[in-house]
Design a protein around this ligand. Structure first.
Ligand SMILES: Cc1cc2nc3c(=O)[nH]c(=O)nc-3n(C[C@H](O)[C@H](O)[C@H](O)COP(=O)(O)O)c2cc1C
Ligand code: SF4
Ligand code: SF4
Length: 289
């Protein structure tokens, strides 16, 4: 089967999930053509057997670039299935509604949601997980994803439960529709630390950063809050406006590491524990069968 895979990734975690799905589909004799919704042209879905959408959850929502891309997709003549693989820093049910708007847009284009999966990956915002935790999250995602893919390929639909309040949460916290753009105006570059490597300018998916003639950086009104500029600045020179205490300014290597206590050990503790226990049991059981 031939699938198309749309992805948006701020700091790289979603891309890891997308490439894992591609690898697993190819190992099963299928293909996944990946599309970066920022850089690539809008594709027609005619001729594809299904669509995969990969996104990070931002403020309990699907990022705006994915929505914008999907709005440009033309309706397909025959219904095709869709799989959503989203990932985020916590596995709370409030995140379940993040795909509501996206799935309604897809449905209008004859692209019907069959499966929705959610993986835990390290935070790019709020606080930095330890290297130990980042490696654990990725390993578990890599164990779960092939099992989830098999559910889809065998025709077993998996949907997320919706709750009354998660819809309201998702609507109110559409961070990229208001807060991100507003907060983006307050980003600053520490001029004593910046080496003018231009990485932030070249990599910003929203083309929101420019260097003025007077040598000062100007952040515009298009910020997606994706944190790419912050995480990959080699000098940790970017301040995140009103949320500066939430910045994560060092990329994750995902290498195996010694256990280390998290900087926020109580944060989502029960939720993480449940996710790891359930996922590890599922992975172990699949190895027995
Ligand atoms: C602006 C912003 C908002 C976020 N909001 C949420 C959220 O509502 N729920 C959550 O679980 N994670 C949230 N996260 C964490 C990301 O979903 C998580 O770090 C993800 O792995 C980032 O993926 P990426 O590297 O592909 O951008 C947020 C991250 C950012 C930058
Ligand atoms: S990435 Fe950092 S060091 Fe490089 S130009 Fe931007 S702010 Fe300066
Ligand atoms: S300014 Fe930084 S956080 Fe905002 S969209 Fe560009 S890279 Fe992302």
């Amino acid at each position: 089967m031939k699938y198309l895979g749309l992805y948006f990734s701020g700091t790289g975690n979603t891309k890891i999930v997308c490439l894992k799905a591609k690898q697993e589909l190819e190992a099963r004799g299928h293909s996944l053509e990946t599309v970066d919704v920022i850089k690539d042209e809008v594709k027609s879905l005619e001729g594809y057997d299904g669509l995969f959408v990969f996104y990070p959850i931002y403020g309990f929502n699907c990022p705006k670039p994915v929505i914008k891309y999907v709005k440009k997709i033309k309706k397909v003549s025959n219904k095709i299935p869709c799989v959503i693989m989203k990932q985020s820093g916590e596995h709370l049910f409030w995140n379940n509604a993040s795909s509501l708007y996206l799935t309604s847009l897809l449905k209008r284009r004859n692209i019907v949601l069959h499966n929705e999966f959610h993986y835990l990956m390290p935070y790019s915002f709020i606080f930095r997980h330890t290297d130990y935790m980042a490696h654990k999250m990725r390993t578990v995602m890599e164990g779960l994803l092939p099992l989830d893919l098999d559910l889809f390929l065998k025709g077993k639909d998996v949907r997320m439960k919706r709750f009354l309040f998660d819809r309201t949460f998702a609507f109110v916290l559409r961070i990229q529709w208001w807060g991100g753009r507003f907060n983006g105006l307050f980003y600053k570059v520490k001029k004593n630390e910046c080496i003018k490597c231009m990485k932030c300018i070249n990599d910003c998916p929203a083309h929101n950063i420019r260097l003025k003639e007077n040598g000062k950086f100007k952040f515009g009104y298009q910020c997606l809050m994706c944190q790419r500029c912050v995480m990959y600045c080699p000098k940790h020179a970017i301040k995140v406006g009103l949320f500066n205490s939430w910045r994560v300014d060092k990329p994750y290597t995902f290498k195996e590491a010694q256990f280390e206590k998290e900087s926020h050990p109580r944060y989502c503790r029960k939720n993480y524990k449940r996710y790891f226990e359930e996922s590890e049991n599922r992975i172990a059981e699949s190895k027995l069968n």
